[in-house]
Design a protein around this ligand. Structure first.
Ligand SMILES: [Zn+2]
Length: 405
């Protein structure tokens, strides 16, 4: 089997269902593009003689049965962001399917069952809900959180699901029975591997993420007639707060990241002192107590700054995702594979969320990164050298050989 050719042709085939005329791939949950891609994977696997099943909400499972009950699950998400790249998500599925074909032809029936999953959704790009796929695979989805959601065309989540022929079921997903481990291959979406010329990233931790919305309240006033010392300038105060958001993260840990990426100013007029400013804070780190320390200290800093600037502020947390540790023994198995085959690797943390984090609290879980050219992702120019993709697939094949045979 020529792995490079296999990777290229399979990706090209999947891309053909989701090419966005504006560039890149757009394959949003429960759209025509999404359904056609899942059905393509299904039909192809059926024609090769695999066990193929959808669960009730549209995760697709392709199984190579082993001689024992235990199941190793491999996969990633099939959905993309709007105008996303050709590797985020689907490369993890393609890797799994190539590994399945390769092992079936070269090694025959495994001891442990190997099951590839094409997860329905991870990105939250159509509806404001993430990890719908992996949460349903692992029986941890909450239907109340999605049933009233609508996309930006006003289409209801449940209707969109029904239109694709799926529906939510309260029954346990039997395709997760006996799953003992989950392996996900994914592009790094960062620049570390490329900059350091390393072939494989082995993720030890996925960061926890907290997000806040902050509102700063000052007083709108005339920009010409209000002396500087009488102002309650919400924008000036906010600019000092934003600096503190950055400074505090740096002072707590070299791997903590805090970002203010969105800001709105009212009334947003060149000749009016700002009345109100709203901004967000995105905070990420691998250690819960450091995240909590940041939250405590940023509030103290904000209290002091707002008093000094004569403004009021409020801060609301709207997301609180815990950090996740990945499995050390699986990591060791994959490390041994890399060493044996002279593949360079590096242990690293993931600053982005991944399906692996939903599986990790339940089963042994590993997340393997391949380099991203220029670190670019969620963008039509997202890319990885074919040699690096090939290495990713090889590592998966050799790891599965060790784990399942
Ligand atoms: Zn992804």
């Amino acid at each position: 089997m020529n792995l490079k050719r296999e990777i290229e042709s399979r990706l090209e085939q999947l891309n053909s269902y989701a090419l966005d005329p504006k560039g890149g791939l757009t394959r949003l949950l429960y759209t025509k593009e999404w359904k056609e891609t899942q059905d393509h994977l299904r039909n192809e696997a059926l024609s090769k003689g695999y066990d193929v099943q959808y669960d009730s909400i549209g995760n697709l499972y392709i199984t190579l049965p082993g001689s024992s009950e235990e199941v190793i699950l491999v996969g990633s998400h099939i959905d993309t962001v709007c105008q996303g790249g050709k590797l985020d998500g689907q490369f993890g599925i393609v890797s799994g399917l190539i590994a399945l074909d390769y092992l079936k032809s070269k090694e025959g029936q495994p001891k442990k069952t190997i099951r590839v999953v094409s997860l329905a959704e991870e990105e939250g790009s159509r509806f404001p809900y993430t990890f719908w796929g992996s949460k349903n695979t692992t029986n941890s989805a909450n239907i109340e959180e999605v049933e009233h959601l609508v996309d930006n065309q006003g289409v209801n989540f449940m209707d969109a699901m029904r239109n694709c022929g799926f529906s939510y079921s309260k029954e346990k997903n039997h395709l997760f029975n006996n799953v003992s481990s989950f392996l996900e291959v994914h592009i790094e979406q960062g620049q570390i591997l490329e900059k350091e010329k390393i072939q494989i990233g082995l993720v030890t931790d996925i960061v926890g993420q907290k997000r806040y919305s902050v509102t700063v309240q000052g007083q709108a006033n005339h920009a010409g007639t209000t002396p500087m010392h009488y102002r309650q300038d919400a924008l000036l105060a906010s600019s000092i707060l934003v600096q503190k958001v950055n400074e505090l993260a740096r002072s707590i840990s070299s791997t903590m990241v805090a970002t203010v990426g969105k800001m709105e100013i009212f009334p947003n007029s060149s000749n009016v002192v700002a009345q109100e400013v709203q901004f967000t804070i995105d905070l990420r780190h691998t250690n819960v107590s450091e995240l909590e320390r940041y939250e405590r200290e940023i509030k103290e800093e904000f209290d002091a700054i707002s008093t000094q600037q004569d403004v009021k502020y409020s801060m609301k947390k709207y997301m609180d995702g815990k950090p996740v540790k990945l499995d050390e023994s699986l990591l060791k198995t994959i490390k041994d594979v890399c060493r044996k085959h002279n593949i360079s690797y590096k242990e690293m943390i993931s600053g982005a969320g991944h399906d692996a984090q939903i599986f990790a609290p339940l089963v042994q879980t590993a997340l393997v990164f391949v380099p991203s050219i220029g670190g670019i992702s969620h963008n039509p120019s997202e890319n990885t050298a074919i040699e690096d993709l090939e290495t990713g697939v090889k590592v998966l094949i050799e790891s599965l050989k060790k784990l399942a045979y």
